[in-house]
Design a protein around this ligand. Sequence first.
Ligand code: 2X7
Ligand code: FE2
Length: 330
Amino acid sequence: MSSVFKVPVGDRTWQRRTGGSPGHPTPAADEPVRDCRGPGIIAGILAPHPPQLLYAENPSQNEPTSEGGWEVLRWAYEDLRRRIREMEPDVIVLHAPHWITMVGHHVNCVPNPKGFSVEPIFPHLLRYRYDFRTDVELAEAIADQASDDGLVTRKMRNEGVRVDYATITALHLLNPDWDIPVVSLSANNNPYFYSTSSLDQMEILGESARKAIEGLGRRAIVAGSNSLSHLHWERELGLPEDMTYEHAYNHHQYRWDMRLLDLIRAGRTRELREMIPEHIQQTESETKAGSLSWMLSALGWPEDVGEVLTYGTVIGTGNAVCLWDMRGRQ
Ligand code: 2X7
Ligand code: FE2
């Protein structure tokens, strides 16, 4: 099992609010507002990755073809893509739960990951040919910073290692042209056996990513790829994209997802941070793998910002596409 040496997390002055966002209070007039085009973390995204969403898009890289499905979630991603383009990021840094590393936090430092990824549980939905660029300088800086911050860390340099479907699906949905460099982080835990105790490590890793991004002056989007409530159907009853089967697994899960999303919409991030472990307990939420906590920690748990673009279910699991636009607040 991995271990972590807890160290005091560094300077937090970067968290100072320097701007407002639609629907949320604006900062005091005397607070300095930085250039909106400036470097730093310009946005955080909750970017769920059910392979069904990619399958439904019918991209040329994926072998299986579909009649569509899960449109409302996919339309939210479409809107998000437009907004990402406007933000002109240098890099997307992604934390996803299906690259599970049992010892340490791994950072993919392969310059050009390339290969064929077959989804092990849904091979009839995702058999995808990927080919993308890593921002190796930033990847290495995040690994070094995380190591300095007391985390067990590894720079993954093995060219042939298959990129997992969560990383591929989320990155494809965020940027199907793959023309923005990427840094991909592993999930150092096993979401199916361990407790929520690893969330504190994810928060340190988020701070490490933020420091590395700022240190190199990148304009970065940080994306945590998690579904919310995670109980799901065990059998596919016919055509995967037949939406007559698609609804929340149960009312309890749905209600807890709504409670969590209410806090995001209200920008009540401190309360959200406290609620995440309880939401995990109540719904088996995939946020147990830490991608949401990692992302919000990288943003500094900002109050008064946060949008829910949409919510929808995939084989009964809850999935929300959310955006924290940090421009002017870095
Ligand atoms: O990985 C997933 C997931 N998180 C949710 C739903 C369906 C499939 O895969
Ligand atoms: Fe997943």
